[in-house]
Design a protein around this ligand. Sequence first.
Ligand code: ADP
Ligand code: MG
Length: 438
Amino acid sequence: MSAPDEENIVADIIERARALDPTNARKWFEQLRVLHFDGGSIDIGCPDEASSRFLEENCRSVFTRAAQQITGHLVTVDFHVNGAEGSSEPIPAESGPALHPDYTFDNFVVGPSNRLAHASCIAVSQSLGNTYNPLFLYGNSGLGKTHLLHAICHEARKRSPGIVIQLLSCEDFVNRFIRAIEQGNVTSFHSQFRTVGALIIDDIQFLREREQSQEEFFHTFNALYNNGRQIILTADSPPTEIPSLEDRLISRFNWGLVARIDPPSYETRVAIVQKKAHLRDLPIGEEIAEYIARQVQANIRELEGALTTIYALAVTSKEPVTIELAQRALEGQIKLAARHISITDIIEVVTRHFDVRLTDLQSKRRSQSITTPRQICMYMARTLTKHSLEEIGGHLGGRDHTTVMHACAKIAEEKQSDPKMNALLTELTRQVTQAKPA
Ligand code: ADP
Ligand code: MG
């Protein structure tokens, strides 16, 4: 037990950190304790691994600043998992994936758009391997797939603390497989994945075109499935629409339950904003929550971003959160959404930049000098307009939706891996949006 003045110090630091950065503050900060404090450093004890990791990743600098202001010393802050009061059991060694502390079922708002996905995740988490196997969730980015995967893990671990669960992104799976091949370690790779209680892979669409990884995953899947082990996968589209995925994988992904997540309704969005504010202990009026829910519609990550932007502005301007302040904070974002960008606008900018003609883009030509701008048009149309894959394909020479999907995925990947492509897309987007004043 810490001395009383140390307890006060942590409460003061938390209060100060909350004021400095309200959006990363959480209600559970109340459970933090001082483990050790001398003139130069403060060790803060966290209830579990997930909370310690969250603080480490998001709050280190703000806690340090707060601690320095409170103590008047140049102290450093460290976070440790401890046996703080009210904490859960000690975590077994080799406890599996690091989970986000916010991504629990309690913090997930259920509505018509995600009801089936949520219910199936609850069922699976209560009895791994015995209900829906595999469970396949799909939906656009930012609709809660990763959140649900973490929630399953939190719940399953609570029920059976010793359970071995592998949760990782598909990209991680592929990279670890490649490394195992390079290092001649494929056997240990097999045992790492084929003996777990549950294998959870996020964004499985990343397997497309990776033939050897698909082969490996096929055998992993079979080994787990035949032993009644739980498999859970997510993707941005249903199994049949993931381009260049082997048929035998597609059919296996359909063996269990495939659940779609749709964009949330207005009412669900309001409830999510309120839930997120509550989690951060931010006071939020109904009017503000409704305002945010009206402005941001398609992506919950952006809904959360809007909340953050508003409260960040309130802190920097030292003003209360009012509708007027919220409007000011979101002005830039809304302007972008209000500009009705058309595929023609995009084609115009892209053809000008690459010095090609629209008829080239619509032709069957497959030289790189034509395919790259064609694919960039598809990607930008997908991200900047609300047109369907079919409509986008229609504008570019009647290409089918899988071609468009493939192009979007390819450019999205290059954007990640190639800084030049990233810069080019930023510039082209700037040109398209500038040509369309709000
Ligand atoms: P995806 O993996 O589908 O791209 P995430 O799971 O990363 O989406 O969700 C993006 C953000 O939106 C996360 O912060 C998550 O907590 C939040 N979120 C998504 N759906 C919900 C929901 N129904 N209730 C509460 N938060 C949600
Ligand atoms: Mg995700």
